[in-house]
Ligand binder design. Sequence first.
Ligand SMILES: C[S@@+](CC[C@H](N)C(=O)[O-])C[C@H]1O[C@@H](n2cnc3c(N)ncnc32)[C@H](O)[C@@H]1O
Length: 294
Amino acid sequence: MKTTTITQHIEQENKNASRADITHFYDEATSDYSFWSKDLNMHFGYFIFGRTHPFRRDSMLNEMNRQIYNRLQLPEGTTTVADLGCGMGGTMRSFLKKNSQLSTIGVTLSPFQVREGNKLLKGKKGLILEENFCETSISSQSVDGVVGVESLCHSGHSKESLREAFRILKPGGRFVISDAFLKKQPSELCLGSSFSYKELCKGWSLDGLSVITTVEQHLKEIGFSNVTVEDVSFRVAPSVLHVPFAIVGFLGQQLLQYKKIKPQSWNNLKASFYALLSGLHMKDFGYYLITAEK
Ligand SMILES: C[S@@+](CC[C@H](N)C(=O)[O-])C[C@H]1O[C@@H](n2cnc3c(N)ncnc32)[C@H](O)[C@@H]1O
């Protein structure tokens, strides 16, 4: 029994992201995201010529929420959507604005996000819980849609997190993942990609990005059908190109306000930079929208 515990402990230590690291990272760095998005969307955006403005970041970030919502194809009437790794509830609030008959439930590891995110949801049909998305308290077959927006990467898009989505979904419900994935095994990445990837995972406390074909296979093995994988890298690229400007702007603002930059903020800035570098290695990384049906 003792040996198992020690082995598990070592395994956990060898990963980039212990739960404590993720919680600490988001408790400290979440407020920085107000610089990235007024609506506190903690993800990249989706650009459509004529619909979103490449210089208005929030228009692209909210368009990503809209794209995800549309793929859920929720039935008419009252419905519920679960957001696994919901951050400050940016996606939840955006969904609630679109659909007055919708209720949303989000889970996150960060007590800061639970406290502050729930304040933003006050008076709306949404609630954020402090729970692990691999084992939530949400009842089986109780929700009409599940989303995971740049969150499941913290667990390396683990089979446990995908299985949890399947468990809580009603039959016929849809699961939409929006995230970056590898196009090949980590051992096959070129030197530049491999370096950016390691730094990206370290800075953002990620267990790793799954290989796109692996996650697709895992979804099918779990029992999902009609698994659709869309490479939307070019749609996401304009918002990724905002990263250097956001970094310089954020640092300038902190300096002007004589604020000390927290270690977690530095990690966030470094990881954002490496996300941009990784994005340039298009043979190795891609940004995908995955839709799967139960
Ligand atoms: C980059 S943020 C994305 C937040 C949100 N989906 C958005 O797009 O605005 C990643 C989120 O995943 C959450 N997260 C990471 N690992 C988790 C886990 N095991 N269980 C629950 N939430 C987790 C973090 O707490 C954080 O809220």
